[in-house]
Write a protein that binds this ligand. Structure first.
Ligand SMILES: [Zn+2]
Length: 579
């Protein structure tokens, strides 16, 4: 008798091998049998006609705040994700001196668009050091496992105070102190260290993330601390400026420590090296003994624009500024007024003083790169679906069309603006990247960009679009599952998951692939203090199982909380004990 048996599904085990029909037996939190299972289960799930796959492992999220107050970890957990890694891109909440709390919140709000009011109300701050933060995380019940990086921004501000926050150069003593904190964090169970080197990442006050301009000495110095511990991933988002020679130091660091270095690989206006150049430079270093891994998104990183979102095309119009602070009901009344509409459409945007002015102009006038998010919307839209094309077909201006489409559904309409990864007007380049062993599925940014982006549904998009529906070329189910489960898990040293095999953690999805469908995103106002976030559900997830317990049934949280905090080396010990 087993605790649970999943019967007769198409098993896509995460190894990349050919899917097969079979059963899965689960006892306790582990898989105890795969293939033909004769013994009955105390409970059984009929998976006939369904895909049975490992729980998804999402390595690029920003749930650092949410993880301290929320057990459910939506929206990632609604999309088959059973493990999240957070603390990416150099931002997070530990270590934190008591007088830096507001500053860390402003940094997270600016970089990741997580409402500061929600963070201020939600965060309990019953920690100062990084190990204390892990202990605090451990106190909360949770539906998924969470792992984390030690974030450079927090470490720098902790050690260097104002000098660190202002991106001044560290002394040797500073670097030694930062290294010590990183080492301590990794020994307590952090899965890596993260840093930000992009001008797109700023606090709400416009300050760059501490560490953005860090020199090779600082990065390598901290990286060596990871080498001393012997585990951990060095994660980075960078503008890839030519004079920085990023791949040279990434290669040197990974060769010296034997640890992986991973970076956000995107088509981006902020990056100096093109994506092709980034991949070529990585491949050259890897051919020379380095271990660099490119994190790729599976679609355009799309800003969802709406009246109540963080960004929309009219944001810099004086008419909008005049109503910006009003409650939504009053804003809506004004937006419905034909005279107000005419004024908003006609008047010119007044941009703030910014070195990102080109980007602001695409937000306000880039109708060819903005798309109507209607009910049949797909995330690889053609030029004919652009606001520009639809406005022309209707004989109205782009601005008028955009205004009216955001007014749909009582002012809840959306415009999709793939700000990154959509320079070609299609996703063809991602097909080749998904075939490479030195790339990993990533960049969902779960928990972040609450009022702008909803890419946490990335695993669902992968199956729906890349595996099932895409007309310009698809990828195989076995490869997709391996990439979202085993490959992501192994990059972070989580050898106990991402694979359906005896002894592995019983993290399992039962999916009706024919019925799998992303729902329309919506803006919820359910964060602490009524903070907003974009959410998106999906049809087609019959059951999600975490550590042997059913956490989601038909997309609804069962209240089971078998998840916990992943502590790198401790999990390794657990694994050995199981073998
Ligand atoms: Zn990030």
């Amino acid at each position: 008798m087993h605790d649970l048996v999943i019967r007769g599904g198409t098993i896509v085990d995460g190894s990349g091998g050919v899917p097969f029909i079979g059963d899965i037996a689960i006892d306790g939190d582990r898989i105890s049998g795969v293939g033909r299972v004769d013994a009955r289960g105390r409970s059984e799930i009929d998976a006939t006609g369904r895909i049975v796959a490992p729980g998804f492992v999402d390595i690029h999220t920003h749930y650092d705040g949410q993880a301290t107050w929320d057990a459910e970890m939506a929206p990632s957990s609604w999309h088959g994700v059973t493990t999240v890694v957070m603390g990416n891109c150099g931002v997070g909440f530990a270590p934190a001196r008591p007088d830096r709390h507001d500053w860390l919140i402003a940094l997270m709000e600016g970089v990741e668009d997580i409402p500061g009011t929600a963070l201020a109300e939600g965060l309990t701050w019953d920690w100062e050091t990084f190990p204390q933060y892990l202990d605090a995380l451990e106190k909360l019940p949770r539906a998924v496992d969470v792992g984390t990086h030690v974030p450079h921004g927090a470490v720098r501000a902790y050690v260097m105070g104002e000098r660190g926050a202002r991106n001044e150069e560290p002394t040797e003593t500073d670097i030694a102190a930062m290294s010590k904190i990183v080492e301590e964090g990794l020994r307590a169970g952090a899965l890596g260290f993260s840093t930000s080197r992009t001008v797109l990442h700023r606090s709400v006050d416009g300050e760059l993330v501490p560490g953005t301009t860090a020199t090779r000495d600082e990065l390598i110095g901290i990286g060596r601390a990871m080498g001393r511990v012997g585990h951990g991933v060095f994660e980075m988002a960078s503008d890839m400026r030519r004079e920085w020679h990023e791949f040279e130091w990434m290669g040197a660091l990974s060769r010296e420590t034997g640890l992986p270095v991973t970076f956000a690989a995107l088509q981006s206006i902020a990056k100096e090296l093109t994506l092709d150049e980034q991949i070529a430079a990585m491949a050259a270093e890897n051919a020379n003994g380095a271990h660099i891994v490119a994190q790729i998104a599976l679609r355009g990183n799309g800003i969802v624009m709406a009246w109540r979102g963080t960004v929309h095309p009219f944001r810099f119009k004086p008419a909008w500024t005049a109503i910006e602070a009003l409650p939504w009901a009053e804003q809506l009344a004004r937006l419905r007024d034909p005279a107000f509409r005419a004024r908003m459409i006609d008047e010119a945007s007044i941009y703030p003083d910014s070195d990102l002015i080109g980007l602001l102009q695409i937000i306000t006038d880039g109708w060819v790169t903005q798309y109507e998010m209607d009910d049949g919307f797909n995330y690889e839209p053609t030029a004919a679906e652009s606001v520009a094309a639809r406005a022309a077909a209707k004989g109205v201006s782009g601005a008028a069309y955009a205004y009216d489409l955001m007014m749909a559904g009582d002012g809840t309409g959306f415009i999709y603006f793939p700000i990154l990864n959509y320079a070609d007007g299609n996703l063809d380049f991602l097909a080749a990247l998904q075939a490479r062993a030195d790339t990993v599925n990533s960049l969902s940014d779960g928990g972040a960009h609450c009022g702008t982006i909803c890419d946490a549904a990335s695993p669902t998009f992968m199956l729906e679009h890349w595996v099932r529906d895409r007309v310009r070329g698809r990828i195989s189910l076995a490869s997709a599952i391996k990439r979202q489960c085993r490959d992501t898990a192994l990059l972070y040293g989580l050898a106990d998951r991402g694979l359906l095999a005896p002894g592995m953690l019983a993290d399992v999805n039962v999916i009706d692939l024919d019925r799998l469908k992303l729902g329309k995103p919506w803006l919820a106002f359910d964060l602490p203090a009524g903070g907003k976030r974009l959410l998106q559900r999906a049809d087609g997830y019959d059951v999600t199982i975490k550590s042997g317990r059913v956490t989601f049934r038909a997309g609804v949280f069962t209240g089971e909380t078998p998840g916990g905090v992943i502590r790198g080396p401790q999990r390794a010990a657990l694994r050995e004990a199981a073998e």
